[in-house]
Design a protein around this ligand. Structure first.
Ligand SMILES: NC(=O)C1=CN([C@@H]2O[C@H](COP(=O)(O)OP(=O)(O)OC[C@H]3O[C@@H](n4cnc5c(N)ncnc54)[C@H](O)[C@@H]3O)[C@@H](O)[C@H]2O)[C@@H](O)CC1
Ligand SMILES: [K+]
Length: 500
């Protein structure tokens, strides 16, 4: 699913109105969708408090309030600011509300079954303060369920950032498509369940919105399913790619093995772990289908790469930081194969992002970098490309443009960005994935997909999603070793069944 920025969503609304759909009809449809979701959460005849703000988000609230009152619910409506100052469609919607309008400024809210938050949506233009902030904090302190209209008030629709203070909702109803702030943290967590309503803007208006912003997607099989490796009767292990995983020394081999198992389980035909000779026995004690080769240095790696069938190199987990790792990365990048760099391979270039970029450009590698927040900051903060205070999507895109690699900026809201500006936000995952070695498996999954010929952006997005799916289906007690073992079920249920 494509996501639209706040500005692009305005473009959709404007194009729909230009195309003959009255703005009031859009507001009526938006308010009706909110009322429907409220009814799903309310007991029959239940009590609802509707909080309306000074713009069209408030207008949606007035429509929802009217519809709920008509349906027999007890509705208390509070308006932030003077109702007489409402303009346009919002003023019209307020005019159709026949119940009392109470002042929200400083009011004690009655107890209720549900609060509808229609204070601020796409028009949030500054941090909440004064009466607005006090109201938001009072609603959160009361702790009852809140249904947010468009976005939880105080959440920035483009970045997911909290502007001063923000509503914590159990559900957010939004319109047409999601915005980045619905999927980026902390916005994602504050939204609660996400619901999407069609308000009749139509396909032409949507096209106008899509043309008004760079391609940004919610990560899912519809983004990469068509590119997912497909076996034919003629497939064999050499057509399914051969991934080479660089292992650390004898005391640091586990991370490479986790990555290697991820690559094999996701379908790579062959996987080899290359380690210092002293670590081979350790690796051999734990691996069976995965092959082992000695590799002490960048020169050894160069020799290994004379085997043209090694089409992907994965470097970083457990490798150690410093010059020897930088040399191996240089050799791996120059080989012009698929390349996944994680952990120590990234930290070895802390403050040296241009050097890494030069290596990657050297071999025109099909490269994917998988930093977590700390690795990302060490690598990219302070570079000219990184605007201070920018959101995660902007930062990821800048890092991808700088390095020419696909960047997987990991976290609860992992962002995948390509050098050509495509980006995706992943919200298909679980906090149980935050466990030792989980990231090693992720980069192995990506390497295994690259080995099978997926292009780097698709391989990265698919790897992140499959990893997330494993986390969702296992839950408590998940350890990194479980993730590769879950792949057969994940692939069968989620990929094979969805692509027909
Ligand atoms: N035709 C459209 O544009 C449609 C818009 N819809 C709704 O309209 C919303 C956008 O409406 P608006 O553009 O009027 O914007 P909002 O209703 O989100 O808010 C704008 C108002 O809030 C004030 N404001 C902004 N930040 C503030 C802050 N921190 N503290 C105090 N006041 C602040 C602004 O001065 C302005 O008066 C959407 O989120 C959606 O809910 C829907 O009705 C569907 C159709
Ligand atoms: K809102």
């Amino acid at each position: 699913m494509r996501l639209l920025t706040v500005a692009a969503m305005r473009r959709v609304d404007a194009a729909a109105i230009d195309g003959g759909v009255p703005g009031l009809a859009l507001m009526e449809a938006a308010g009706a969708a909110v009322a429907d979701r409220a009814r799903a959460r309310l007991p029959a005849g239940g009590r609802v408090v509707v909080l309306c703000g000074p713009g069209n988000n408030g207008g949606d609230g007035f429509v929802a309030a009217r519809r709920l009152a008509e349906a027999g619910y007890a509705v208390d409506l509070f308006c932030l600011g003077e109702p007489s100052k409402l303009t346009g469609d919002a003023a019209h919607a307020a005019g159709t509300w026949t119940g009392p309008v109470r002042a929200a400024d400083g009011a004690a809210l009655p107890s209720c079954d549900l609060v509808i938050d229609a204070l601020f949506g796409a028009g949030l233009s500054r941090d909440l303060d004064g009466a607005a902030r006090a109201l938001v904090e009072a609603v959160n302190a009361a702790g009852g369920p809140v249904l947010a209209v468009d976005v939880p008030s105080g959440v920035d629709g483009d970045t997911g950032a909290v502007r001063g203070s923000a509503i914590r909702a159990v559900e957010t109803v939004t319109f047409v498509t999601f915005k980045p702030g619905h999927l980026l943290e902390p916005g994602r967590s504050l939204c609660g369940q996400l619901s999407l309503a069609d308000i009749g803007t139509g396909p032409a208006a949507l096209e106008a919105g899509l043309a008004a912003c760079a391609p940004l997607y919610r990560n899912g099989p519809e983004l990469w399913g068509r590119d997912f490796p497909r076996l034919t009767a003629a497939s064999h292990k050499y057509t399914r790619g051969h991934a080479l995983v660089l292992s650390g020394p004898a005391t640091k081999t586990g991370a490479a093995r986790l990555a290697a198992r991820g690559a094999l389980r996701v379908g790579a035909g062959l996987v080899t772990v290359a380690s210092p000779a002293a670590a081979i026995a350790e690796n051999a004690a734990h691996l069976t289908a995965i092959m082992l080769r000695p590799c002490e240095s960048a020169d050894d790696l160069d020799d290994l790469l004379t085997d043209e069938r090694l089409n992907v190199i994965l470097a970083g987990p457990g490798l150690g930081t410093g010059e020897p790792t930088r040399e191996r990365v240089a050799v791996a990048a120059a080989a012009g194969r698929g390349l996944v760099l994680d952990a120590d391979a990234l930290t070895s270039f802390a403050g040296k992002a241009p050097l890494l970029a030069a290596h990657l450009a050297d071999g025109d590698a099909r490269a994917v970098l998988t930093p977590h927040a700390g690795e990302f900051a060490r690598l990219f903060d302070g570079t000219d490309a990184m605007a201070e205070g920018a959101d995660k999507v902007t930062r990821s895109r800048a890092a991808a443009a700088l390095t020419g690699a696909v960047v997987v900026f990991k976290g609860a809201d992992t962002v995948i960005a390509a050098p050509d500006g495509r980006a995706a936000i992943n919200d298909h995952g679980s906090p149980y994935l935050g466990t030792a070695g989980s990231g090693d498996v992720l980069c192995g999954l990506i390497a295994g997909l690259l080995a099978q010929g997926m292009e780097p952006f698709a391989a990265a997005a698919a790897g992140v999603w499959l990893h997330g799916d494993a986390g969702l289906r296992h839950g408590p007690g998940l350890i990194a070793e479980d993730i590769p073992e879950l792949m057969p079920a994940v692939l069968r249920d989620r990929v094979e069944s969805t692509r027909g």
